[in-house]
Design a protein around this ligand. Structure first.
Ligand SMILES: [Zn+2]
Ligand SMILES: [Zn+2]
Length: 263
């Protein structure tokens, strides 16, 4: 019998737009088979990957949920590090970027600001724009699906189906009637929980709307992330989500939080 594949999900950055001492902005690492994927690439992600001894040099796929700077700000630094950070060696493996329509334009704008290395770092950069609702394969048995979220025009949630697990990530999102069905049955659901219920807005989730999302989508583990310091400083956020009606497993994301599949 072949060994079952082991996949690994690691929180690189779980912060928000607010600079904080103990966490980078949004970034998550997923290793499965030959895939080394970085989901979002917010400021501080590179240093956090180094702290966590993650092989950033070996990243194969970059998956972007939307273009806000707290999810994309480290892109030029990552491309620069992949271009020149391995001297005297040079990277040869291609990098595939999966993002919403507008990703090519973003990379072209970064190239005109920072230099041609963004698009031509000495290895192939493949940019695959996809409409929400589409499916793409990162590798055999690693299927990425996206779903539009109420946050920005291009923002989307991700669902990644591996043979041994389903992982969901809301990206940034407000309350949505269609998101629970899209994220149904995840072994791990990484959900933003930005703001307190008293300051709930249409374009972010709060403990009550996260509890509703989880109760309808029934993840094995709900991992709260992208919690604004205004919320996490004041209270125990998982307790708020439980009080709002979620009775399943729940954890708070911190740098280096990690889960392997199969468990
Ligand atoms: Zn954000
Ligand atoms: Zn955002």
């Amino acid at each position: 019998m072949p060994e079952p594949a082991t996949s690994r999900f690691v929180v690189v950055g779980c912060g928000t737009v607010v600079p904080e001492a103990d966490r980078a902005c949004s970034a998550y690492w997923l290793e499965t088979g030959d895939v080394r994927a970085l989901l979002d690439c917010g400021p501080g992600a590179l240093q956090a990957m180094a702290r966590l001894a993650l092989p950033w040099q070996a990243v194969t796929d970059l998956v972007l949920t939307h273009f806000h700077a707290d999810h994309t700000g480290a892109l030029p630094g990552l491309l620069f590090a992949l271009t020149w950070g391995l001297l005297p060696d040079r990277r040869e493996a291609p990098l595939t970027v999966h993002g919403p329509p507008g990703t090519i334009r973003l990379f072209e704008a970064l190239a005109s600001a920072f230099g041609e290395f963004v698009l031509d770092p000495g290895f192939e950069v493949r940019i695959e724009e996809s409409e929400p609702g589409s499916t793409s394969l990162l590798a055999e048995g690693v299927r990425l699906e996206t779903h539009s979220t109420p946050h920005t025009d291009e923002s989307r949630a991700l669902r990644i189906d591996l043979t041994e697990a389903r992982i969901g990530y809301t990206g940034d999102s407000g309350p949505s009637d269609t998101l629970p069905a899209f994220l149904e049955g995840c072994d791990l659901l990484v959900s933003e929980c930005s703001l307190p219920d008293s300051h709930a807005i249409e374009t972010h989730l709060s403990p009550s709307s996260v509890a509703r999302l989880a109760s309808e989508s029934k993840p094995g583990c709900l991992l709260l992330t992208h919690v604004y310091p205004q919320l996490r400083a004041a209270v125990d956020v998982p307790t708020l989500v439980r009080r709002a009606g979620w009775t399943g497993g729940i954890e708070m994301a911190v740098e280096g939080w990690e889960r392997s599949f199969p468990r």
